[in-house]
Design a protein around this ligand. Structure first.
Ligand code: NAD
Length: 294
């Protein structure tokens, strides 16, 4: 099976390398030449265009920033759709709007091309280890056909429903993570204002009901003021924008997500978009005139 892989960023680069390690034949494309050279050095071929990549592939995987890039690469001039042939499959692993996933899938279907939306959670370390959690939307038979391949990049792959269900699940994940980070930041800020060391608050509550994977991953980063990404505020802002767009379309009400979105927007406007999302703490510290540890 010939695989085309488009988008060799923080995530796509290690994911594509794991497929090469598993013995698959890969042709790759990215607008950033050094990333292409890096994956070619690991054993891939470079495509000169997206259309050429699609024409020679049985499966195309995309790992791009957001809906506009996926639509442009798949549906735009010289894109995947132009080079695609009936029987080909597209697996989009980017985190995009489920509405966009459905639009792209419908256009591909007219040409006999199947699609799965399969966003991931776990970040760069799990992309490198091949232990991502993969949330999938699409036809069950197509999912079964590619389940083993997905498990070369992840430790779990769960079919959540029809096309778009993978991205809906990813949005649910991003809502829980953002609100959990904001809750931890809010709680630590109160403790600090009251003169109780946030490190001791963390030690005391992490084993109880308030404890969480988010608290364990992001609490220590907040206490150390280490906002090196990780997962950037810019990307989380994008995900919550997609959640709110989707909610608007469905007439669903997301009051807490709206607030978290506004917090992320402020931090971006203050030049902190490239910080890790644990940097949500900076918003609380500024409003309450306090700095953890001081
Ligand atoms: P990234 O910005 O590092 O990588 C995106 C890649 O796409 C870059 O190499 C860029 O050059 C390429 N690209 C952009 N436009 C292109 C185009 N028109 N043609 C070809 N290549 C193009 O982003 P990332 O961190 O790898 O994230 C990719 C997706 O995975 C995003 O949707 C993100 O939300 C999601 N995600 C990221 C993480 C994380 O921790 N970084 C975790 C889970 C999910």
């Amino acid at each position: 099976m010939n695989i085309g892989f488009i988008g060799l960023g923080i995530m796509g680069k290690p994911m594509s390398k794991n497929l090469i390690k598993a013995g698959y034949s890969l042709t790759v494309f990215d607008i950033y030449a050094p990333s292409v050279e890096d994956v070619v050095a690991a054993g891939a071929k470079a495509a000169s265009s997206v259309k050429e990549l699609a024409a020679s592939s049985d499966l195309v995987i995309t790992m791009l920033p957001n809906s506009p890039q996926v639509k442009a690469i798949v549906l735009g001039e010289g894109g995947v759709l132009e080079g695609a042939h009936a029987g080909m499959t597209l697996i989009d692993m980017s985190s995009i709007s489920p509405i966009a996933s459905k639009e792209v899938a419908a256009a591909l279907k007219e040409k006999g091309v199947d699609m799965l939306d399969a966003p991931v959670s776990g970040g760069e370390p799990k992309a490198v280890d091949g232990t991502l959690s993969i949330m999938v939307g699409g036809d069950a038979a197509v999912f079964e056909k590619f389940r083993d391949l997905l498990l070369k990049m992840g430790s779990s792959a769960v079919l959540c429903g029809d096309i778009g269900a993978g991205n809906t699940t990813k949005l649910a994940n991003q809502i829980v993570v953002a609100l959990n980070i904001a809750a931890v930041a809010e709680a630590f800020t109160l403790g600090n204002k009251a003169g109780v060391d946030p490190q001791l608050i963390y030690n005391a509550i992490r084993g109880g009901l308030a404890g969480s994977t988010v608290m364990d991953a992001k609490g220590p980063m907040m206490i150390e003021h280490n906002f090196k990404p990780g997962f950037k505020i810019d990307l989380h802002h994008k995900d919550l924008a997609n959640a709110l767009d989707t909610a608007r379309e469905l007439d669903a009400y997301l009051p807490l997500t709206s607030q978290a979105f506004e917090i992320l927007k402020v931090l971006r406007n203050e030049g902190m978009g490239q910080n890790d999302h644990s940097g949500i703490l900076a918003y609380y510290e500024k409003l309450s005139h306090t700095t953890l540890g001081e």
